[in-house]
Design a protein around this ligand. Structure first.
Ligand code: RB5
Length: 149
């Protein structure tokens, strides 16, 4: 499985933990930056990772900023992206099972190392349930097709 990852400066330490976990799981990791803790803008990295996933150059994405909020808001602007801000192994599991989320977002200033490991593991290893959830995802996709109000 190929996973595109990205962070801003605040998410940089969390991204390094996530990459370690992804590699332990045997994932191919594509790191879209940032590559230091120098101040930068999270939308640049969210857009990069979201496009990799939306164009199927990556199977999943992982995005990390201070809170995970800016990353999830930005990634969800890209058609085809279902970015989920997760803070526990339960929310990570449900993001995959019910929402077929294709980008995991988390806050490096919110989760500790142990929880980052758990959230990433659960997200990557949980399949979509399908069934009634497919109908709901289609309703989300239909909203993307509406002309601007
Ligand atoms: C950076 O200070 C911080 O605003 C950013 O990492 C993120 O938390 C935004 O949502």
């Amino acid at each position: 499985m190929k996973v595109a990852v990205g962070s801003d400066h605040a998410g940089y330490p969390g991204k390094l933990h996530a990459i370690e976990t992804l590699r332990q799981l045997g994932c191919e990791v594509e790191d879209m930056g940032t590559h230091s803790d120098a101040s930068c803008d999270y939308p640049d990295y969210a857009a990069e990772v979201a496009h990799r996933v939306a164009t199927r150059q990556a199977d999943l994405g992982v995005l990390c900023c201070g809170t995970g909020l800016g990353m999830s808001i930005t990634a969800n602007k890209v058609p085809g992206i279902r970015a989920a801000l997760c803070h526990s192994d339960y929310t990570a599991e449900m993001a995959r099972r019910h929402n077929d989320a294709n980008v995991l977002c988390f806050g490096s200033r919110v989760l500790d190392e142990r929880m980052i490991d758990q959230v990433v593991r659960r997200f990557v290893s949980t399949p979509f349930d399908g069934g009634r959830h497919t109908r709901r995802l289609k309703k989300i996709a239909d909203i993307e097709k509406l002309p601007p109000a």
